[in-house]
Design a protein around this ligand. Structure first.
Ligand code: KDG
Length: 315
């Protein structure tokens, strides 16, 4: 039995972050990191002390080796990482211009992970699991990735394992016109929906969570969390009229936001699985997400459990 606390599935990528700002054509030096939304999420969860299971595929190449070494360095289990000799590991670049930073450039089309298919799922992967965490990025990569997710959802339903869904809308992967319909089957299978302000707008045509609640709960969602970045976060439970909100954690330095949302999800899920009150789970979510913004890589800033606990109640 695998006995993961949480199972997730997605594409890990090598991230190249420029050492200087401006258009990438002028950048001579890059630093290399591992990244990818579901990998970031897994790292954050592992640092808090849970055991995530990460289903993925990397190329049979140097970058695939690198991703696996990074996973091992973070204490992640790599037994569900498949290698693919025919397709490469995906890569992405950040670019800092001083405007809406950073811009991202993907080199992931036809990557090993975008060729994930239902046969890549270990049939045992959900045995003993307490939650399945999925994001809208993976099904947007290819039809076989979408089928992989649908299969995982069927497996979770059969085992009565709750599902957390973060739409993680990436307009470089899916058009604004298609996104609403595309995400519906995943929202409809989720117990927990975690989304940000712009996703609320794309999916429910409103800036206000209260105006979307009846539609969200109508899908069968039981708990919805709105990430509000510098304004903190709000949670609403089906059947309760009061929202629970939590102020943001303000780190002493901010480099970029990428990775914050994945850390938030992990912090919230940690508290949720511990049975914490919503406000405390949101506090941890805000803290983990905020600390991601203090570093250049996506996940290096996530706190370890003892550091998180030291500041959790005092911010
Ligand atoms: O949430 C962080 C991700 O956006 C980043 O790691 C790259 O996975 C990525 C994506 O698809 O944007």
């Amino acid at each position: 039995m695998k006995n993961y606390d949480v199972v997730t599935c997605g594409e890990p990528m090598v991230l190249f972050s420029p050492d200087s700002g401006g258009p990438l054509r002028h950048v001579p030096l890059f630093r290399k990191f591992a990244a990818g939304a579901e990998l970031n999420f897994s790292v954050a969860l592992a640092r808090l002390g849970l055991r995530p299971g990460f289903i993925t595929k990397v190329g049979q190449d140097e970058f695939g080796q690198y991703i696996q070494a990074c996973m091992q360095a973070e204490g992640l289990d790599t037994s569900m990482v498949k290698t693919d000799a025919a397709h490469p590991t995906g890569v992405y670049f950040k670019e800092y211009s001083g405007l809406a930073d950073p811009k991202v450039y993907y080199y992931r089309h036809g990557s090993a992970a975008s060729n994930l298919s239902p046969i890549d799922i270990d049939p045992e992967c959900l045995e003993g699991a307490r939650l399945l965490h999925i994001t809208g990025i993976t099904p947007s990569l290819s039809d076989s990735c979408r089928q992989t997710y649908l299969q995982l959802l069927d497996m979770a339903t059969a085992r009565q394992i709750p599902v957390c869904f973060d739409p993680n809308i990436r307009l470089k992967l899916i058009s604004a016109e298609d996104v609403k319909e595309f995400m519906k089957p995943f929202i409809a299978r989720a117990h927990i929906l975690i989304l940000n302000q712009s996703e609320l707008n794309y999916l429910f045509n409103t800036q206000k969570l209260t105006e979307a609640l009846s539609r969200i709960f109508g899908f069968g969602v039981e708990l919805v969390i709105l990430k509000q970045g510098a304004n903190g976060a709000v949670a609403m439970r089906k059947g309760k009229s009061e929202a629970v909100s939590c102020p943001p954690f303000r780190p002493t330095r901010v480099v970029d936001q990428v990775g914050a949302g994945d850390g938030f999800d992990a912090g919230f899920i940690y508290g949720y699985l511990q049975g914490w009150p919503l406000e405390k789970s949101l506090r941890l979510a805000n803290l983990v997400g905020a600390l991601a913004t203090t570093v250049v890589g996506d996940y290096e800033g996530y706190p370890f459990f003892s550091d998180a606990m030291r500041v959790l109640d005092s911010y």
